[in-house]
Design a protein around this ligand. Structure first.
Ligand SMILES: [Zn+2]
Length: 155
């Protein structure tokens, strides 16, 4: 059962990487959710912390806008995400699900209606075009991802 869930999540990550709905910074969202999950007292709070942290990050931070030919970056974020899932899924599944839900939902909606994407009419306000105070280039995005990841890496 655990293997099936892991495999499904991997498929979702690959799916997310192929949809130009969202900046592809899945590992940052997962890392942040795991770090915050210590403050949650039940599954619902875990989910809300994951979801809420995603909203705040997307609202304030503009990460590197993925160029879909940049396979190196996609592989980088995919590998970090896969390691985080492998090490933390069991203990932090609700926070993790909450942290990737906004991107999955908006990605599905965009796939169903491309016009939505062209007009920037994403379901969640934090995904709609707006000017984020913090803007990161590719190297800075990679650096932040590695930093957040390192706090969660178990040896
Ligand atoms: Zn997002």
């Amino acid at each position: 059962m655990r293997k099936v869930t892991m495999m499904s999540l991997m498929m979702i990550l690959i799916f997310l990487s192929s949809v130009p709905a969202v900046a592809f910074t899945t590992s940052q969202h997962i890392s942040t959710a795991i770090l915050l999950d210590r403050y949650a007292e039940n599954n619902l709070q875990s989910f809300i912390l994951g979801f809420g942290s995603h909203a705040i990050i997307d609202w304030y931070v503009e990460d590197y806008k993925i160029n879909y030919n940049d396979k190196g970056y996609i592989a980088f974020d995919g590998i970090l995400s896969a390691i985080l899932l492998k090490q933390h899924w069991q203990e932090h599944k609700w926070a993790i699900v909450g942290s990737i839900a906004p991107d999955i939902i908006d990605a599905i909606l965009v796939l169903q209606d491309e016009q939505r994407w062209n007009e920037g009419k994403h379901l969640f306000p934090f995904h709609r075009p707006h000017r984020q105070p913090i803007r990161l280039n590719r190297n800075e995005t990679v650096g932040l991802s590695v930093l957040l990841f390192s706090f969660n890496l178990k040896f």
